[in-house]
Design a binder for this molecule. Structure first.
Ligand SMILES: [Zn+2]
Length: 241
């Protein structure tokens, strides 16, 4: 009785027309990993076909950060933080709340219908951060206090590495699953049995490197997730048989 929800909070670096002047002097920043998650939209598109529902946000995270809570100091970026409070509120009303409410509402509806939700939030991370090369190809982020998430991630890692043993798959890397992110917020609203929130973090070196290898990595992720879900779908078919 599992429902798959796939989201992508940092899918693009689009700037809404009204804010174009604000970003005029920040083209480089917009096109960098700070403007969006390079490759995330492509990966999202590989996975959305499997999902019962999917959402991809393509407005730059530099306008407002959809993967942060309202209280977080990085909710607004260096570009938008200096804006007057009223304008920031308008940004929240137009871009932040609609996205967050839609996804939360969907989880709520599935849960009310007696389903368990598996939420995969697709992200990518920059290969070099503050001068250090990050040691990892794929990160699976979860809350280690949530047994369902932990079990799923352990099994998924095994699947990934069964398909390609050379892949370095790490748990809660390069961030902790319990850091301030959208799944962390949703975990507070729904129990372990109702909601599994997993952030999939893939190294941008693939999207920035050899296109063939990037395609392969995406296929491996898609195939392994499909294999993970098969037992759930089979059970469901039996239920309706
Ligand atoms: Zn991201």
């Amino acid at each position: 009785m599992l429902r798959l929800l796939v989201t992508c909070e940092h899918g693009g670096n689009n700037v809404p027309a009204a804010y174009t002047p604000l970003f005029e002097d920040h083209r480089d920043l917009l096109n960098s990993h700070e403007g969006y998650d390079i490759g995330a939209k492509e990966l999202f598109q590989q996975l959305e076909g499997m999902a019962h529902k999917s959402f991809c946000a393509e407005t730059t995270r530099l306008l407002v950060e959809l993967n942060r809570s309202l209280h977080h100091k990085k909710l607004f970026s260096s570009v938008t933080r200096p804006l007057p409070a009223k304008e920031k509120e308008q940004i929240l009303q137009a871009y932040y709340h609609p996205y967050r409410s839609r996804v939360e509402g969907l989880v709520h509806d599935f849960v009310m219908a007696g389903r368990q939700v598996l939420h995969i939030a697709v992200h990518t991370f920059t290969p070099i951060f503050k001068g250090e090369v990050r040691q990892g190809d794929i990160g699976l982020l979860y809350d280690s206090k949530r047994g369902e998430e932990q079990r799923f991630c352990r099994a998924w890692k095994e699947r990934l590495q069964a398909v390609d043993p050379s892949l370095l798959v790490r748990f809660n890397y390069p961030y902790l699953g319990i850091s301030d992110g959208f799944p962390t917020y949703l975990r507070r609203k729904f129990t372990d049995a109702e909601y599994m929130g997993i952030e999939l973090e893939v190294n941008q070196k693939f999207a920035l490197g050899d296109p063939k290898q990037w395609q392969q990595v995406q296929q491996i992720i898609r195939l392994s997730l499909q294999q993970m879900l098969e037992p759930y779908w089979e059970n469901e078919q039996q239920e309706y048989a």
